[in-house]
Design a binder for this molecule. Structure first.
Ligand SMILES: C[S@@+](CC[C@H](N)C(=O)[O-])C[C@H]1O[C@@H](n2cnc3c(N)ncnc32)[C@H](O)[C@@H]1O
Length: 135
């Protein structure tokens, strides 16, 4: 079974609450799955418009469906965006997983690049509002 890592929610210097490493996480580790309700592309587009209207993104767009972290999701929804992230979000075992890009120290906030349109960064109205399609 894959090793699990202790994580904790806390106040973020980036935005609102964030998710932090409660122990050292080595580079390459699968940290947490981004879980949520799987919805069709059409339903995902509908929800995307709503989330955009409130300036909040919780959706991952995959080839065949969206994953909505607000419904049945876990603490992974609290991971904030950074252009210099310490993790990334990629397809793994049929789901979206957050993986460490480098050694992450205990107490460090987890981040990944949401893949926002650079002209419309987080906190502003964004085109699509979707996170980067996992590689
Ligand atoms: C799923 S939430 C992440 C958790 C959020 N910090 C909270 O307290 O609920 C995603 C939202 O957090 C905000 N966010 C995440 N990263 C950000 C950043 N680097 N700069 C500004 N806002 C950010 C944006 O509003 C984004 O839509």
């Amino acid at each position: 079974m894959a090793k699990t890592y202790r994580l904790k929610l806390g106040q973020s210097a980036i935005h609102g609450r964030g998710l932090f490493a409660a122990e050292r996480i080595p580079a390459g580790a699968w940290i947490i799955e981004y879980t949520g309700q799987k919805v069709s592309l059409a339903e995902g587009r509908r929800r995307d418009k709503f989330y955009n209207s409130i300036g909040y993104t919780l959706l991952f767009k995959l080839d065949t469906h969206y994953v909505d972290g607000l419904v049945g999701g876990n603490e992974a929804i609290y991971i904030n965006h950074s252009l210099t992230p310490n993790a990334d979000a990629i397809m793994h075992r049929g789901g979206v997983w957050i993986r460490a890009l480098c050694d992450i120290a205990r107490g460090e906030e987890l981040t990944y690049d949401y893949g926002f349109d650079p002209a419309n960064p987080p906190g502003a109205k964004r085109r699509g509002g979707k996170r980067k399609k996992p590689a």
